[in-house]
Design a protein around this ligand. Structure first.
Ligand SMILES: *[C@@H]1O[C@H](CO)[C@@H](O)[C@H](O)[C@H]1NC(C)=O
Ligand SMILES: *[C@@H]1O[C@H](CO)[C@@H](O)[C@H](O)[C@H]1NC(C)=O
Ligand SMILES: *[C@@H]1O[C@H](CO)[C@@H](O)[C@H](O)[C@H]1NC(C)=O
Ligand SMILES: *[C@@H]1O[C@H](CO)[C@@H](O)[C@H](O)[C@H]1NC(C)=O
Ligand SMILES: CC(=O)N[C@H]1CO[C@H](CO)[C@@H](O)[C@@H]1O
Length: 487
């Protein structure tokens, strides 16, 4: 009797402890960092690339099958974790360029060119190229361009203004050459328009053509530029952890879309996969603070997904976000390891109270692990822009986009000076083969460290100020334009 009672008792207590273990996961700790593996990050990136290449357009632009399948992939990955995350979807509507081609030749020789986002189509044959004076920001810079292609230097004013003035002077198309030796001019006209075709070429090609023209040589070009712009409907995916205080939320975001030119594997498949990998690892733990992950749509069209979220979410809910962390392009081939300059010490633009602490958390983590780092300016070119505008503290990491690597940075991080951090930025070459694995795993682990730290506690982190009623000045001047610059 006794024996059997005791045996029963043991079985019962075993049963209780097993089911309690299943219900009550251990509180998250820094061991989360150790469960982030490069193979998982790369496998996720490969999946996104396979998704892009399985579609006719071979990209992941909002509104295309490539983006729909990306949203489905994120959903299925999160659903495979059982009920750990509650998933929400938000509809995002925006016009987008979902495919484009650019073909340019001058005096019969091919010249590499881009068509700017939202440009109209254009085809021309054997048309003279004419140089526009200064930076082409005032009508006086433009000679009569009837039946010509305008050659304009980049700088000072928007591409859209240059296109408008060139069109008024009679040009059939405008070609904007770059203001630095970093590849072809790329950027956006800001939205659908009635302008002539606006394309971009490199500084070297622009100067070469301008010199030939000034030497009196005949310079004629032929072009065939096309872009398919359409209204799109896509979705933000937001995953909320089952555990943790919903009044003190840690919010992390990356964008799930690409530009038309390629599969967008660094930009920004890497941020998407970084978050997905950390979200999977976190599901083995309980948190004290609620953790939300967002995969934003339509970043490339001007941060539309993140802006939609901030616009449609009630102020009381926004006030519960203690910190927003952004991860965009975290495996750039010619990388630096950048932390957003939350305290303004590097660029004199600081974020709301808490942004400095978020910067310090990453700095301390990199320092403790003997990892060098640098600062990234809050320039509004990624999805944290609308959060900053609303007065929400922001932070995050990136590894560089179309900025130029300096000799000093090469001394610290290696790589190639006077080249872009991501030489494949917004191109068809932004693929898995061109990711920097060491940058990817370093950043992935740093994301896990932030989640482990703030998932546990906000100790030492400032209380939230209520969200701003009027947008902050920093954005009034910068504007929301995602990665694509308007000038
Ligand atoms: C360019 O031409 C294509 C094919 O005719 C058309 O579908 C598309 O809408 C045009 N693009 C723009 C920006 O008008
Ligand atoms: C968000 O709200 C602002 C201000 O009302 C508006 O200008 C902007 O177009 C909205 N953005 C989106 C994506 O809805
Ligand atoms: C990915 O991250 C980079 C760097 O922060 C950012 O500029 C970019 O807009 C993000 N997404 C895309 C599609 O480029
Ligand atoms: C930093 O910015 C403030 C205004 O935002 C300005 O008054 C100050 O002069 C700037 N400091 C430096 C060193 O540029
Ligand atoms: C008319 C023409 O030359 N079209 C080419 C333009 O460039 C794309 C690649 O960007 C080619 O696929 C087209 O054949």
């Amino acid at each position: 009797m006794k024996t059997s009672t005791s045996a029963l008792g043991m079985a019962a207590s075993l049963l209780v402890s097993t089911s309690r273990a299943a219900v009550c996961k251990p509180l998250v700790k820094d061991a989360l960092v150790g469960s982030i593996h490069l193979e998982d990050l790369m496998a996720c990136s490969q999946d996104l690339q396979d998704i892009a290449y399985s579609t006719e357009l071979r990209n992941r632009v909002v509104g295309t099958d490539g983006h729909k399948k990306t949203v489905q992939y994120i959903t299925e990955t999160l659903q495979s974790l059982g009920d750990y995350y509650t998933l929400e979807y938000q509809e995002v509507r925006t016009p987008a360029t979902i495919s484009s081609t650019s073909n340019l030749s001058v005096n019969g020789a091919e010249v590499e060119a881009n068509i700017l986002e939202f440009s109209n189509n254009g085809t021309w044959t054997d048309v003279p190229v004419v140089v526009v004076a200064e930076l082409g920001c005032v009508a006086e810079n433009y000679p009569d361009l009837t039946g010509s292609v305008a050659l304009i230097a980049r700088g000072e004013c928007t591409f859209a203004l240059k296109g408008e003035l060139a069109g008024q002077a009679g040009a059939v198309a405008a070609l904007v050459y770059n203001n630095a030796a970093v590849g072809k001019t790329g950027g956006t006209l800001g939205g659908p328009n009635e302008l002539i075709t606006v394309g971009g070429i490199s500084r070297a090609d622009g100067l070469r053509l301008a010199e030939a023209i000034s030497n009196g040589e005949a310079v004629v070009s032929s072009g065939s530029f096309g872009s398919f712009v359409t209204d799109t409907v896509s979705q933000n995916v937001i995953a909320t952890s089952k555990y943790g205080d919903p009044d003190n939320v840690l919010f992390l975001g990356a964008h799930s879309d690409s530009v038309a030119a390629g599969p967008g594997i660094n930009d920004n498949g890497s941020g998407s996969c970084g978050l997905l990998t950390v979200a999977k690892a976190l599901s083995n733990w309980r948190t004290n603070n609620q953790v939300k992950f967002a995969w934003w749509a339509a970043e490339e069209e001007g941060l539309i997904g993140a802006e939609t979220f901030v616009n449609v979410t009630a102020k009381e809910q926004l006030d519960k976000i203690r910190l927003y962390l952004n991860f965009d392009m975290i495996a750039s081939p010619n990388y630096v390891l950048s932390i957003y300059d939350g305290d303004g010490s590097a660029f004199n633009v600081s974020g709301p109270a808490g942004s400095a602490e978020a910067e310090k958390l990453f700095e301390d983590y990199y320092t403790a692990n003997n990892i060098p780092f640098t600062s990234s300016e809050f320039d509004g070119r990624s999805d944290y822009g609308p959060f900053l505008d609303a007065g929400i503290p922001c932070g995050g990491l990136d590894t560089g986009a179309d900025g130029v690597k300096t000799e000093e940075e090469v001394a610290i991080f290696g790589g190639v000076a006077n080249q872009w951090y991501d030489p494949n930025y917004h191109s068809a070459k932004d693929t898995v083969d061109n990711l920097a694995p060491e940058a990817y795993i370093t950043t992935g682990k740093a994301i896990a460290h932030a989640v482990a730290s703030y998932g546990r506690s906000w100790a030492g982190f400032p209380e939230r100020e209520p969200v701003a009623v009027t947008p902050r000045d920093v954005h009034a001047t910068v504007g929301h334009h995602g990665h694509s610059l308007p000038f």
